[in-house]
Design a protein around this ligand. Structure first.
Ligand code: RIB
Length: 282
């Protein structure tokens, strides 16, 4: 039976400029090519979970504009339940301006629009089953969603920002990259749940109470665009843990899913399906 997951999170339209190198502050780099892709950490994690075989519902807010349809297109086409995605009449759909260089590294600037206006009162009072959140919604909204959830709760503390204490306390699983881990410092490993720290191409570790439980390295791949790799890692790790995989196997599965995402351009178009991850992760 497939795992059921609710994602409460952001939806963005990603405007992606790919160039030989990223600009320094104040510098203009020309010669880029432009693409538009559905994105947002919430939308990406919802679609990643769906492609990895879960039944997924997304709680989100977009604008009442043309970008909303574009930003939700793949989620709708692939069977993510969007009945709790609401169009805010007063805000635009979130937009991410993404610059990608020839090595696949990126810089992202987000204009959050409707995501930033997602108030705690916009949430349902109860959320059944497993929940995944990130920090592209206001932290108070994330905290309310997490306390409304009855099942396993994962929070991806990205992008790093101050959060109410219940966010760290309620999480069964926290996922951070190295930069985010440094931002939260000792608070992270004082949390009662599992903590996964990703180290990019070097892999990831899974901790509880500061004790390393497992680590894993991703398969070697040629990175084209790392956008969405962290989101895939989050969705894959949650699914693998809910399936009852061991810590080591779950981490290896998540690393493989993240690595595959980096081999293709764009956030949502690059998210792998279950068969691909099972193949490369073996
Ligand atoms: O994690 C990648 C995502 O971050 C992009 O899709 C972009 O929308 C930003 O939210």
């Amino acid at each position: 039976m497939s795992v059921r997951i609710t994602v409460a999170g952001s939806v963005n339209l990603d405007l992606v400029a790919t160039a030989e190198r990223l600009p320094s502050p104040g510098e203009t780099v020309t010669g880029a090519t432009l693409a538009r892709h559905p994105g947002g950490k919430g939308g990406n994690q919802a679609l990643a979970a769906r492609r990895l075989g879960a039944e997924v519902a997304l709680i989100a807010r977009v604008g009442a504009d043309a970008m909303a349809g574009e930003a939700l297109a793949l989620l709708r086409a692939e069977g993510v339940d969007l009945s709790a995605c609401v169009a805010d009449p007063d805000q635009p759909t979130g937009v991410a301006l993404i610059a990608v260089d020839a090595r696949g590294e990126n810089q992202i600037l987000v204009a959050p629009g409707a995501n930033a206006a997602f108030a705690p009162d916009h949430l349902p009072t109860a959320i059944d089953g497993a929940l995944i959140c990130q920090l592209e919604l206001p932290p108070e909204t994330v905290a309310r969603a997490m306390t409304a959830a009855s099942g396993f709760v994962c929070v991806n503390l990205a992008p790093a920002r101050e959060v109410p204490p219940e966010v760290l306390q309620r999480a069964d699983l926290i996922v951070v990259n190295e930069g985010e881990a440094a931002f939260y410092g000792a608070k992270l490993h004082a949390a009662p749940g599992l903590v996964a720290v990703t180290w990019g191409a070097k892999g990831a570790g899974l901790y509880r109470g500061g004790v390393l439980l497992a680590d894993a390295k991703p398969p070697k791949v040629d990175a084209v665009d790392t956008t969405g790799a962290g989101d895939t890692f989050v969705a894959a790790l949650v699914i693998a843990l809910l399936e009852g995989q061991s810590h080591a196997d779950a981490l290896a599965f998540a690393c493989a899913a993240g690595a595959l995402t980096a081999t293709r351009a764009g956030a949502q178009p690059s998210l792998p399906n279950r068969a691909e991850v099972d193949r490369i992760g073996r």
